[in-house]
Design a binder for this molecule. Structure first.
Ligand SMILES: [Zn+2]
Ligand SMILES: [Zn+2]
Length: 344
């Protein structure tokens, strides 16, 4: 597949798409019905359908009977941790193996021309990005994911969370299912913006940003506080009229759904002909520039707050202008302080 039909590669070997990143047309004003209809299949396939199907599969084969979950006990909690860990290992590992170990599509569609494994960096444990990212994923990521899952299932089993049945409330639950990605986007934007405040960035979120050139295992490579905030998206189902399967979908959307944004490739080649969009460009730019694209462009929150960067020269100019204005503001307040100090 010739990736230069879709984008260009610079001298450093970094590939960028010809088409700038776009926000979903869902919240456009005036409404763009045709654009929404064209976009809708991408809303479901393939990613959201995978995360929803995995939630159904969990409910069918993994989640213990409700009576068991009424009391917290090590047996079923350890079982859930084990299944989550295996699922993450297989799902993340499949992308890692295909794209980064076997390099089946070499650097075609790869935003950053370099592969993290080729370079040591002392930002990481043992100076290895992959090893560091994997350890953080399994030590804390999967642990906190499981803890939130256990807490929610225990709440459902004991009647502390509103549990509607699909037979009696199919339309309400269908609506909640549709809204799951939107809840995620809203929640992620808010917590992400929060952990970019200077103190929390330094202590918490900088761990995730050590991966300037993200790869699949970077997805859940976070500080445990960020894991807790990130998987906290499931707690909306303590108040929403929902169902444990939709709560699991919400968790899987966060846990497995972190993969497409960090895969590092714009498109994943399937066989010789087929390409699957990762929709990773916006979040790749976040890892590259830090202070743009706090959300994943499902709701145009970054546009509304002036932090959107679509990868185009205009997007770059807007970002530079924002930095310049901030620098000016800082310099002005520093000068004011100095004048105040001299007057005393
Ligand atoms: Zn990230
Ligand atoms: Zn960030």
């Amino acid at each position: 597949m010739d990736d230069l039909k879709f984008g260009k590669r610079n001298k450093r070997g970094d590939w960028a798409p010809n088409q700038p990143a776009e926000t979903a047309p869902l919240f456009a004003f005036p409404p763009r019905l045709m654009a929404v209809l064209k976009w809708l299949p991408h809303y479901f396939f393939p990613w959201n359908a995978i995360f929803a199907a995995s939630a159904v599969a969990y409910w069918a084969w993994v989640i213990p009977p409700v009576e068991t979950m009424r009391t917290l006990s090590l047996g079923w909690i350890a079982w859930l941790y084990a299944v989550n860990a295996v699922a993450v290992f297989l799902f993340y590992g499949a992308f890692e193996l295909h794209l980064y170990v076997l390099k089946r599509q070499e650097n075609r569609f790869k935003y950053n021309g370099k592969f993290p494994a080729d370079h040591k960096s002392n930002a990481f444990w043992f100076e290895r990005q992959n090893l560091d990212n994997m350890l953080r994923t399994f030590l804390w990521g999967v642990t906190i994911w499981t803890a939130v899952e256990v807490g929610m299932l225990w709440a459902y089993a004991n009647g502390y969370a509103p549990w509607l049945s699909f037979a009696e409330n199919p339309w309400t639950l269908a609506l909640v299912a549709l809204v799951v990605p939107i809840i995620h986007e809203f929640h992620f934007f808010c917590i992400h913006r929060l952990i970019h405040t200077p103190l929390l960035y330094k202590w918490v979120h900088s761990v995730h940003h050590n991966s300037v050139n993200p790869s699949p295992w970077s997805s859940l490579s976070m500080h445990p506080i960020e894991h807790l905030l990130y998987f906290g998206t499931a707690f909306y189902h303590l108040f929403l009229p929902s169902n444990p399967i939709l709560m699991l979908y919400q968790l899987h959307y966060a846990g497995f759904g972190a993969i497409p944004g960090h895969v590092g490739f714009d498109k994943v080649e399937i066989g010789k002909e087929k390409l699957v969009d990762s929709h990773a460009y916006a979040h790749y730019l976040h890892h590259k520039y830090f202070e743009v694209n706090y959300g994943d462009a499902l709701i145009p929150l970054d546009k509304w707050f002036g932090t959107w960067h679509d990868g185009s020269p205009e997007g770059e100019a807007q970002m530079q202008e924002r930095y310049r204005r901030r620098k000016e503001k800082l310099a002005a307040s520093k000068a004011r302080l100095e004048v105040g100090g001299a007057a005393e």
